[in-house]
Structure formats: C-alpha cells, structure tokens
Design a protein around this ligand. Structure first.
Ligand SMILES: [Zn+2]
Length: 256
C-alpha cells in the first residue's frame, strides 16, 4: 500500500488516511476541490498562462491543488480569478501595488508569474499549498517578457484539494476517467501546434502511463508517441529546475 510522510510527525502512514495514527493530526484527503467558485473558473479555462497550443514551453502537472478554503477571502480570490482568466496579463501587471497587500518590505515588490508568490497568499494560507512548485519555477528568474511563451496545464481537469500523496485510489481513478476528454484535447493541442518544449514531472508521467485509453486508434498512437518523447528526452519539470531557457527572436533554446 502506498505510504507518505505525515506533515505533522513525519511518520510514514498509509495513503487515504484522514487522521494520522501516530500523532492524531487531521490530514486532508486528496480529492476534487469542493469550491463552486473555483470550479467555475476552471470550467471556463483549462490552462494557466498562455494557451498550450500557442506556447513555446509547456509545464504539464498532475493536478492544480488549492487550499480547501481558497475562496474564503475575496481579496485574494479575486486576484486568483484574474490569474486563471488571463495569466499572461497577470504576470505583466503583478507589480502593481494593489496586488501587494500584507507586504512589509517595499523592496519585495516585483512581477511574479503566480498569485501564490504574493505576500497575501502566505498570510492568508499559512500552509501555502502549491507554493513550492511555483517558488521553484520562479528560481529560473524568467521575467514578464516570457509570459506569452509559457503555459501551465494539468492532467486532471478539475481543481483539487488535500495532501498530494494522501490519495484514495478509487477516488483518484474516478477523477482521471472523468478527465479523458480534456486529456485527449490537451494532447492534440501539444502535438499539432507549433514546436514546443514540454516538461512533465514523474508524478504526471505515472498518471499518463496508467491511462487505459478508450479513444480511437489514432489517438492511442499519438498518446504513446507523446509519452515516449517525454521519456526519451528525460525532461522533468519540478525536479530539474532550475532550467535555463532563452528565447531570442522567437527561437527557443533550453539547457537542462
Ligand atoms: Zn503524524
């Protein structure tokens, strides 16, 4: 049975556990996110940043994970909605003072690619779910001129909540099955669009491999090619960051 480290006592405990049997702290089980407001933002747009079909660099993640109470504060949730609706614009405008509530040092103010990097997020959501992924991304020090080239997409087509390893398999597989239509169109946009660099972490590769495709033969072949090309390149997003990307006159070069 899959196990993970309890965020409280660090003991190894079985996945799909709602209370740690060592230190008794509650641990949120991974599942679809309950917020109607967040889900309706996702229904309108199933990627962040640039449209994956038009992007030069695509970061594929397993799922978009949010604090369970992400919609509790309207100031922050409105910023998140702006980002989901137009991540390229958000990156360009994010040094505006209106985004920097709770900031204690004027020197911190800069353009950031994601609202989780704003001081309001750490202040309102001290567990900072999802922060680490975007902090690592920001280590590449890409400035706002890269915004138009970069897309973030996820395999699971709804936002999620809970500890990323605290997964009940049957619940996860249901989310995955429900995402097949989305995955199919995502793969098509990645393969048929202009050439692009695609970064996929191990967690997402595992999920793609376990898909029991029910799509037409042509799509199965494309899916297999997509996975094979990722594995051959050996490029993984979160583990391999920092990556040096250079875009010069629309020509992309990457050193991993
Ligand atoms: Zn514990």
């Amino acid at each position: 049975m899959a196990k993970f480290k309890c965020p409280g006592c660090r003991a190894l405990i079985p996945a799909c556990t709602s209370v740690c049997n060592e230190c008794s702290i509650p641990i949120e089980i991974f599942d679809a996110h309950p917020s109607k407001a967040l889900n309706s933002l996702f229904q309108g747009r199933r990627y962040q940043g640039q449209n994956p079909a038009d992007a030069a660099i695509v970061f594929v993640g397993r799922d978009a994970n949010y604090a369970k109470d992400i919609d509790k504060d309207s100031y922050f949730f409105n910023i998140l909605a702006e980002y989901i609706n137009n991540g390229v614009n958000f990156w360009h405008n994010s040094s505006d003072a209106k985004y920097w509530k709770y900031n204690t040092n004027q020197d911190n103010i800069k353009n950031v690619h994601h609202p989780f990097l704003l001081p309001a997020y750490a202040t309102l959501f001290p567990k900072k779910e999802g922060y680490e992924y975007h902090r690592k991304f920001s280590c590449m020090n890409l400035d706002k001129s890269y915004a138009q080239y970069i897309s973030f997409v996820e395999i699971i087509d709804v936002p999620t909540k809970g500890h990323s390893r605290n997964i009940c398999k049957d619940r996860f597989n249901k989310l995955l099955r429900n995402s097949e239509c989305h995955i199919k169109s995502l793969v098509r946009s990645l393969i048929n669009g202009p050439p692009k660099a695609i970064f996929v972490p191990d967690s997402a590769i595992k999920v793609l491999r376990q898909l029991n495709c029910t799509w037409c033969d042509e799509d199965k072949i494309k899916m297999a090619k997509f996975i094979a090309s990722i594995c051959r390149e050996g490029r993984r997003s979160s583990d391999d960051i920092p990556i040096i990307c250079e875009i010069d006159n629309g020509v992309l070069s990457i050193c991993v």
